[in-house]
Write a protein that binds this ligand. Structure first.
Ligand code: AP5
Length: 216
């Protein structure tokens, strides 16, 4: 099963794709996480993308497409993958198509998490993650069961993203409308786009996705 999650910043792509990864044993590929790990390692790629990411701009198609090409070719993706944060532009969507055709693969479903824009800034600015296992939390909607302790791994270390400041979220939303929203029609034309109500509580969003995947 090969799935793409689409949606604006804070729509819940990471939350839902991580859940599906655990549930179905299919690899989640987050281009944002891959880039953040390059920045954390201060690699050449990290140095190249840090300022762009911190300001809410997209990094170059060329770099991202090369990263995805390498990642999808790895053995753990042979049973399928869930793309979170890619594709983000028409050039990326087209490159993905060509890549999959050349490997005899296809996308089974594109899940668009639909969330009203006025909710997104609160979601993003309230987000924090476990520094050890990456579990995603929210100050308001999804705090850990025990304050300061990760539900999943028991760690006491948490982190916030540099680009989750309210002013940067405005720029990320502009990028989303400019570059990413247009690819919804690309997948609609292919007949594989499914819109999910991303404004429901997390568990209900998951249930809607699972119900859809069962009938696929
Ligand atoms: P990336 O990391 O991909 O960020 P994003 O797309 O902006 O998405 P987010 O991670 O902010 O949100 P999400 O939808 O995953 O929401 P989440 O589940 O965390 O990209 C970061 C940057 O990297 C980009 O700006 C760009 O610079 C670069 N980049 C990455 N990919 C690229 C590409 N392909 N091309 C070019 N550049 C690229 O949830 C958010 C919060 O809401 C959490 O606190 C969560 O607990 C809460 N929440 C989730 N679901 C619900 C719910 N149903 N109800 C209430 N709260 C909820």
């Amino acid at each position: 099963m090969n799935i793409i999650f689409l949606g604006p910043p804070g729509a819940g792509k990471g939350t839902q794709s991580r859940f599906l990864e655990k549930r179905y044993g299919v690899i989640q590929i987050s281009t944002g996480d891959m880039l953040r790990s390059e920045v954390a390692r201060d690699s050449d790629i990290g140095k190249q993308v840090k300022a762009l990411m911190d300001s809410g701009k997209l990094v170059s198609d060329h770099l991202i497409i090369a990263m995805i090409k390498n990642r999808i070719a790895q053995k753990d993706c042979q049973n399928g993958f869930i793309l979170d944060g890619f594709p983000r532009t028409e050039a990326q969507a087209e490159a993905l198509d060509q890549l999959l055709v050349s490997e005899g693969k296809k996308i089974d479903a594109v899940l668009f998490l639909n969330v009203d824009e006025d909710i997104l800034a609160d979601r993003v600015s309230g987000r924090f993650t476990c520094a050890v296992c990456g579990k995603i939390y929210n100050d308001i909607s999804n705090p850990p069961r025990v304050k300061g302790v990760c539900d999943a791994c028991g760690s006491h270390e948490f982190q916030r993203r540099a680009d989750d400041k309210r002013e940067t979220v405005v720029e990320r939303l502009k990028e989303y409308h400019r570059s990413t929203a247009p690819i919804l029609s690309f997948y609609k034309k292919k007949g594989c786009l499914y819109t999910v109500n991303g404004m429901l509580p997390e568990a209900d969003v998951t249930a809607e996705i699972e119900a859809f995947l069962k009938i696929k």
